[in-house]
Design a protein around this ligand. Structure first.
Ligand code: GLN
Length: 163
């Protein structure tokens, strides 16, 4: 396996299923070994070292030195779209779809913000081979975040002998 995408959905369910079926520790280990992982929305929650406003006992895989707040904009009906300036990706801005989205509430020193809303709220972050976005990149024709992740996979695969 050369990369993993953890999609949107419901992080508390992903956590329960991952632990019930014995996947959580394997994913944690592979993340620690440098596996490229792109977490979108609920997936970003799973990559966060700290989850704020999780359900009781909710755990994440971790890896990203961030605290992510679940459901930061409120209910499903508060979902929205926004154009994001992403310096790393250049022009034009990235049109992003936020569905009951989380935000990066705290950014640790090892993580780097890639994009923020106009009020400064961080909604895209990277750390080495890990990438997290609050929004759903699969909801538009915008492919630059997908490509950005695939570049991480290519770099990682080039430097690894693991099958
Ligand atoms: N679109 C999404 O992935 C929503 C994430 C969801 N609110 C959660 O806590 O996991």
């Amino acid at each position: 396996m050369s990369g993993l995408v953890i999609p949107g959905g419901e992080s508390s369910v992903m956590d329960k299923l991952a632990r019930t079926f014995g996947v959580a520790d394997v994913v944690r280990r592979r993340i620690a070994e440098g596996l490229p992982v792109y977490g979108t929305c609920a997936g970003m929650i799973m990559l966060a070292d700290t989850v704020l406003d999780g359900i009781r006992g909710q755990q994440s895989f971790g890896g990203l030195d961030v605290a992510v707040r679940r459901n930061a904009f409120g209910a499903q009906t508060e979902s929205f779209e926004a154009d994001l300036e992403v310096p790393e990706l250049g022009d034009p801005p990235v049109h992003a779809v936020f569905i009951r989205a989380p935000v990066v509430a705290e950014l640790g020193p090892r993580a780097r913000a890639l994009a923020a809303l106009p009020d400064g709220t961080v909604v895209a972050v990277e750390q080495g081979a890990l990438l997290g976005t609050s929004f759903h990149p699969e909801m538009t024709d915008e492919l630059r975040f997908h490509r950005y992740f695939l570049d991480k996979v290519a770099v990682s695969s080039a430097g690894s002998s693991r099958p």
